[in-house]
Design a protein around this ligand. Structure first.
Ligand SMILES: Cc1cc2nc3c(=O)[nH]c(=O)nc-3n(C[C@H](O)[C@H](O)[C@H](O)COP(=O)(O)OP(=O)(O)OC[C@H]3O[C@@H](n4cnc5c(N)ncnc54)[C@H](O)[C@@H]3O)c2cc1C
Length: 545
């Protein structure tokens, strides 16, 4: 007989694991299929865990374990632009190391309204932490070295064929819903007939993962987490992986260079690093990749959904591929769990595509436009940046100003974290006020329905995220307002709702109304100075009845 789950997830990458953990804490029984061995690290790719993702990890109880992993606590997180990794500095975006986070407040991301600032850690260290945490949940069963081979669905559920990779044997699994978190080559995306559309080629990059114990000692001054080389010969990015001796080097091809094989890997690496033939390094891995901007034309077919790279991929500017996928997961998770628990209707499931579709399209354009601007900078590096004396210093200063103002937006992308809003959701009670615009870096905190619920600290030092419940949270800024009709209507429909009373001293300026109804994913569902005349309709709207 087929093993049965409420939700099956194909792919235990960062997005699938986050989805599984959040569903599990909401009481959903989850089965996961993953081709890799238990805890086997992925290839060395993503390095930036956004603040919004760290907030999700805080809710899942894994933020501290993630923050304790990755670069050594005192390793600088700065993004440093030099002519070469070992050459003179052009500009620097200061980002506190994790040891400095509580004490350094001068950097461009140190004022952000969040209980969880961003964290720098490579995916090879991040994923085993998430995997170990997911395994601890009794609601999660992970089938490692097992791939999803086929699927079909009908009105009652999804039927899957899974293949055990070492033996080749197949097994049958069933679930009420299936989510494809199976990456850019997603079988699930193909199975639901969704198609990627967008820009197939933006940038070609030759990446090499190396061990080079001498490099750190050759870098002048404070090293960076990102060490970006800008010179007229070969530009690149050298990322600190273990903060001691391993590095990921991206050598950027110019637009006219279409053939990866024509690029001499070793010569490019030496140019990017600024080292001679006597410098020793060991190659640990090689990958040539094309930065694209592709978004699926739908993220759902009835009982089957796609999340993360299976739904969208783009050039890794702003480091927001995985982070956007984790935002998909945190959105879909509460909607699915609420529907399975019986208090949210079918419209709740429609909301996933209506909410996440437009956001991923927006982020994909932010990333692509930034990539195109950075490519222009690389084409236009002034030859004098490498000149000796005052001439070189002046050229580096001037170029450095332009480089800083462009790139601070991607390395401190506050807008992608806190600025986006859902403006066409069937679950949100809009009130006519326009949402404040946002850019990659810029955002305005707001309670316009659809925006992120503005974060604040309570007088006792707790974060809003620590006091909000698993369900809806009604923030009440005036204790005289009677909210019992809303509590009663929610209770009748078994919609979890808690009230948090906030004193005038704790109330941040973004909150104007006396009442703000915050969803389980910390987006505003409704606000007002008093309850509406038809409270049951409001409850039915926000739960998608
Ligand atoms: C150079 C580079 C740098 C990047 N930097 C960043 C960054 O700093 N920040 C950021 O947010 N993003 C970054 N990204 C993007 C990020 O790596 C991806 O967005 C992220 O890995 C997507 O996670 P995912 O879980 O959706 O998919 P994946 O990580 O691809 O995981 C999919 C999983 O599904 C499994 N799988 C596939 N098919 C099946 C099947 N049929 N059955 C069972 N299992 C299956 C795979 O084994 C895999 O484990 C970067 C990407 C690149 C290329």
């Amino acid at each position: 007989m087929a093993e049965d789950f409420q939700v099956l997830i194909s792919g235990a990458g960062p997005v699938g694991l986050t989805l599984a953990m959040d569903l599990a804490r909401r009481g959903v029984r989850v089965g996961m299929l993953e081709r890799r061995k238990p805890g086997e690290p992925p290839s060395v790719k993503c390095n930036h865990v956004a603040a919004r993702t760290m907030e999700a990890f805080r809710l899942l109880g894994v933020a501290d374990a993630v923050r304790d992993a990755g670069l050594p606590a005192d390793y600088p997180n700065d993004c440093v632009y030099r002519t070469t990794v070992t050459g003179p500095e052009i500009t620097r975006i200061p980002i506190p190391s994790r040891a400095e986070r509580g004490t350094a407040f001068a950097g461009p991301d140190t004022w952000w309204p969040t209980p969880e600032p961003p964290h720098r850690i490579n995916q090879i260290y991040l994923e085993p932490v998430l995997f170990a945490h997911a395994l601890k949940s009794c609601n999660v069963t992970i089938f490692s070295e097992t791939e999803l081979a086929d699927l079909s669905q009908d009105d009652t559920g999804v039927h899957c064929i899974a293949r055990d990779l070492p033996s080749g044997r197949t097994r049958e699994l069933t679930a009420r819903y299936l989510v494809g978190c199976d990456g850019a080559r997603s079988l699930v995306r193909a199975a639901i007939g969704a198609k990627f559309a967008g820009d197939a080629v933006i940038q070609r990059v030759q990446s090499t993962y190396i061990r080079a114990p001498r490099l750190l000692g050759l870098i002048p001054g404070r090293p960076g987490w990102m060490n970006l080389s800008l010179n007229p010969r070969r530009c690149g990015n050298t990322i600190a992986i273990d903060g001691r001796e391993t590095w990921l080097i991206h050598s950027y091809l110019y637009e006219h260079e279409e053939d990866f094989a024509a690029l001499d890997r070793d010569a490019s690496i030496r140019t990017v690093l600024g080292v001679g033939a006597d410098f020793d390094y060991q190659v640990l891995g090689k990958e040539d990749w094309i930065g694209r901007r592709l978004v699926a034309d739908t993220f759902r077919d009835r009982r089957v959904f796609i999340c993360g790279d299976s739904a969208h991929i783009w050039v890794p500017y702003a480091g927001y591929g995985m982070n956007a996928g984790i935002a998909d997961a945190m959105n879909l998770s509460w909607l699915l769990a609420a529907h399975l628990a019986g208090w949210a209707g079918e419209r709740a499931l429609d909301a996933y595509v209506a909410e996440r579709g437009p956001i991923t399209e927006q982020v994909s354009h932010f990333a692509m436009n930034h990539a195109l601007a950075a490519m222009r900078h690389r084409r236009e590096v002034p030859t004098e940046v490498e000149a000796p004396g005052e001439e070189g210093a002046l050229a580096r200063r001037r170029f450095g100003e332009a480089v800083y103002s462009l790139n601070v937006q991607q390395y401190c992308c506050g807008g992608l974290n806190f600025g986006y809003f859902y403006d066409r959701s069937p679950l949100i009670a809009y009130d006519g006020e326009s949402h404040p615009g946002y850019t990659m870096a810029g955002f305005t905190e707001s309670t316009v329905p659809g925006c992120r619920t503005p974060h604040f600290w309570l007088a006792d030092g707790r974060s809003l995220h620590d006091v909000a419940g698993l369900g809806f949270t009604l923030l009440r800024f005036d204790a005289r307002v009677d909210v019992s009709p809303l509590m009663d209507a929610a209770l009748q429909r078994q919609m979890p709702l808690e009230v948090v009373d906030v004193s005038p001293q704790e109330r941040p300026s973004a909150y104007r109304e006396a009442l703000v109804l915050s969803r389980p994913d910390f987006h505003v569902a409704w606000r007002g100075n008093a309850l509406p005349s038809d409270v049951p309709s409001l409850v039915d709207r926000v739960r998608g009845a």
